[in-house]
Design a protein. Sequence first.
Length: 349
Amino acid sequence: MSIDISSLNTHPAIQGDWIDAPHHLSSIGDLSLELGGLIKNCQVSYAVHGDLDDESKPLVIFLCAIGSIHHRLDFLINQSRTLDIKNTRIIAIDALGNGFSSSPSNSKDQPFFQFPKFTIRDMVQSQKKLLDQLGITHVNAIIGASMGGMQALQWAVSYPDFMDDIVALTPMSKTTAWASSMTRAARESIAPHIEMNGSYDPDTAWLAWLPIMQMLAMRTPEQCDEQFTDIAQVQDWYGQRLQWWKTMNFHPLDWIYQSIAYDAHDVSKTASFNGNLAKALGSIKAKCLIGVPSLDLFNPVEQATYTASLIPHCTLINLNTNWGHMAASALDPSSTKTISTAIDTLTGR
C-alpha cells in the first residue's frame, strides 16, 4: 500500500530526547544552485530556542545531519554552559532535502524527480540567506554532526568572518570513497521502490536501507554485539526500527537527494581554492572543535583527523566510545558529556 503523499512532511511526534520549540518556515525566493538551475520559491524551515530578539545572549546555529530534522542536536541542549537555553539563543535550521526545507517531496513547483540536484554548499547558501533575512550578521557558534558537521566546516570556509566558533562532530571536509560507497549502497536499495509520482511502500522501501544506514554505517561490531546477544534480538530491533522510522515521515527520494549532495562534498571546490584542501581549510578563521569516535564506519576518522590538522585553530577530541558514528547522539551519554565539556572550553564559557 503506497503512502499518501498529502500526509508527508508533517512533524513527527516529539521523541524522548527532543526539546519542543517554535517552528518557522521562511521563503528566501528562488535559490540559484551550484550545479545549475534553481529551486523555485525556496523555503527554509527552522526552530528557535530562546528569545531571538534578546541580543544580550550568544547566538548558536544548529545544523542537521543527513536524514534528520531540526531536533538532531537537541541532545546537546542544557548539557553545557554554552548551550544552556536560559542563557543562549539557538536556531536549528533544516537542511535542503529533509522534507521541511525545500525538498523533492514538498515542492509544488518542482515535485519529486523534477526537483534539481543541490550540494552542501547550496544548503549553506540557503541558511545564509535565511539569516540575512532575519537580520543576523554574526553568530557565536555553528554546530553540526555528520552532514551537519560537514555544513559547519563549509560555513567556516565560505563565510570565515561570520562566526567565532565551529563545532563539527564526526564530519568530513571532503567525502571519502568509503563514505560514498555506503550512501550508494543505501541509494540503490531504496531507488527501485519509488514511483515517478513519488509514491512508495514504506514497508518495503526501507527494508534494505535500515541495516545499511542505521546499523552498518552508524555503529560498530563491538557495540552491536554488546546490545544484541542473539540473532532474534537484532531481527526484532529491525522490525521496531522500521515502525519508528516510518513515523519520522522521511521520504526516500529526499534521502537520495541529500545523499547525492553528501557524496559530492569537498570544501576545496569552494570558489578560489581550486581543489586545494589545505588552502581551503587553512583559510578558516574561527576556532574549531572536531570530535571523532575510535572507529567510524560511515565518515572515516582519518579524514576528520586530517581535516583538523589543516585548520589553524582546531582542537581534535577523540571520544572513547564503541558507538561509532552515533557517538554524536543521545545514544552515547558519555560522549555527550565529553563533547559538552569541550564546547565550553572552546567558547570560553
